[in-house]
Design a protein around this ligand. Structure first.
Ligand SMILES: Nc1nc2c(ncn2[C@@H]2O[C@H](COP(=O)(O)OP(=O)(O)OP(=O)(O)O)[C@@H](O)[C@H]2O)c(=O)[nH]1
Ligand SMILES: [Mg+2]
Ligand SMILES: [Zn+2]
Length: 346
């Protein structure tokens, strides 16, 4: 289903054939599984991990990138990157921050405690749409009373067709896993969301050997709320010891016997640090409506072709809003974003 295994093999075959550059036959192919400044951890198709550095001052590589590298002692040097299938990033006023590349989907994990910001959720969903990456929402901590408010806040997203699944990753791990596995199986999923919603809890549940630290550790050490400080790649279907992964349809056993098929059927999870800001400067203000499903559904009947849907007479989008088809918070977020993206820095 997912293309990442295929992509890696195809790119390797191409590299071996010398098909994409004269020196590429001497280079190894790998996938970036962690990135930190100039250093990136690269995993070979055989599963070996090699610390590599880039030649430039700063690396633009992100987790999920496929790279060609050359051994240099115990380490490696990155020579070049395969073209990206997609890239999820945020663009704040002064800096761009890439999350990960070559994704099959985005899971935005939210919770009622701490109550998620609808603006941040919308921004993440818009960034995913702009990058052509399917997204869905996981509502975690449904065991807490605050889940009711969060569920209400998510109702418009369900109505506009964004899949929402309910989870209690800590309180009901087995039930949560059963819901997650069909969605994660065989795909590369980036898990994004505010701090403290359970992203690392999710990774630890699905990848028991992940050692992704969970909030309690940092609370115990009193080192602050942000547990996860860098983005990391974790293979799925490696946690057979727990017995929890055996429900995966199409089975891990058959994959193991299929040789190359291992890569294909193995999904991956990418854990990321919680974010505070989510700039969308990569999006043109006039593009916004098309990237918001409830707005997009109402497009096409405005009197003016260059309608901003903010104040023009004969606006079909605002007519839809008046009929209750677009929620008040979404209208507020749209207006706020439109203004933010129209602002110039100088
Ligand atoms: N009540 C409840 N708490 C949960 C649930 N899932 C996770 N938690 C708790 O939420 C806290 C934060 O979980 P993490 O997994 O560290 O959150 P995170 O999203 O990785 O946070 P950052 O790394 O800071 O971005 C921990 O204390 C978890 O035990 C749940 O289903 N119910
Ligand atoms: Mg975390
Ligand atoms: Zn309009």
């Amino acid at each position: 289903m997912s293309g990442h295994g295929r992509a890696l093999h195809a790119a390797r075959a191409q590299a071996e054939a010398g098909g994409s550059g004269s020196s590429s036959a001497t280079l190894d192919l790998g996938r970036v599984v962690a990135a930190h400044g100039r250093h990136v951890m690269v995993e070979t198709p055989e599963g070996r991990r090699v610390m590599c550095h880039t030649r430039g001052k700063k690396s633009e590589l992100v987790v999920g990138d496929l790279v060609h590298w050359q051994a240099s002692g115990d380490e490696g040097v990155i020579e070049r990157m395969e073209p990206r299938r997609n890239l999820l990033h945020r663009q704040d006023e002064w800096r761009s921050k890439s999350f990960a590349a070559n994704l099959d989907q985005l899971l935005v994990l939210v919770a009622g405690e701490p109550m998620f910001s609808e603006s941040q959720l919308t921004r993440a969903l818009i960034a995913a749409r702009a990058a052509d990456i399917p997204a869905w929402i996981g509502l975690n901590k449904t065991d807490l009373p605050a889940a009711a408010g969060a569920r209400e806040r998510l109702a418009p997203y369900v109505a506009m067709g964004v899949p929402v699944i309910e989870l209690a990753l800590k309180a009901e791990p087995a039930a949560s896993l059963a819901r997650l596995q069909p969605l994660l199986h065989g795909r590369t999923t980036l898990v994004l969301g505010p701090s403290g919603t359970g992203k690392s809890t999710l990774v630890n549940l699905l990848v028991p050997e992940a050692e992704a630290q969970v909030g309690e550790i940092s609370q115990a050490l009193n080192t602050g709320r942000h547990t996860t400080t860098s983005t990391r790649w974790y293979w799925l279907n490696t946690g057979l010891k727990t017995g929890l992964n055996t429900a995966v349809p199409g089975g891990v056993g058959s994959d193991a016997a299929a040789g190359e098929g291992v890569d294909m059927a193995r999904g991956a999870l990418i854990d990321s640090p919680g974010f505070q800001q989510f700039g969308l400067r990569q999006v043109e203000p006039m593009q916004l409506a098309a990237l918001m499903p409830d707005y997009a559904a109402a497009l096409g009947s405005c009197r003016f072709h260059n309608c901003t849907h903010l104040h023009e007479p004969g606006c079909g989008v605002r007519a839809a809003a008046e009929r209750g088809e677009i929620s008040a918070p979404r209208q507020r977020i749209y207006a706020e974003l439109f203004e933010e993206l129209s602002r110039t820095n100088w």
